[in-house]
Design a protein. Structure first.
Length: 107
């Protein structure tokens, strides 16, 4: 009985209703995922200490990196992120706030 159910499930999933992959963009992420993405970039920056890499990662979210970090910070404060995480995000912001992004930096 289990084999019949497994076979029918596989047939349905592979033939009748297969998964359709759709290209998505980081700009389409929900606000909570964007904040988590910024936090991950901040954690990577802590190790790499290369603001150009961090900027290139943040540009993937759309707006200017400074605005992205500001929005993520507001979300993080409102949703009670850990104080250490807020410090990481703030350190990232302080490190990139004086840097202007140009097209060739992310090539």
């Amino acid at each position: 009985m289990i084999i019949i159910g497994l076979s029918l499930g596989l047939f349905y999933g592979r033939v009748i209703s297969p998964v359709k992959l759709v290209d998505t963009n980081p700009t389409d992420l929900r606000e909570d995922y964007k904040a988590d993405y910024v936090l991950m970039v901040a954690e990577a920056y802590l190790l790499e200490k290369d603001p150009s890499i961090a900027l290139c990662q943040l540009v993937k979210l759309g707006n200017s990196p400074k605005e992205i970090i500001e929005q993520a910070t507001v979300f993080a404060v409102e949703n009670r992120y850990e104080p250490d995480d807020l410090v990481l995000i703030n350190n990232l912001y302080e490190s990139i706030k004086g840097i202007e992004i140009s097209g060739e930096i992310c090539q």
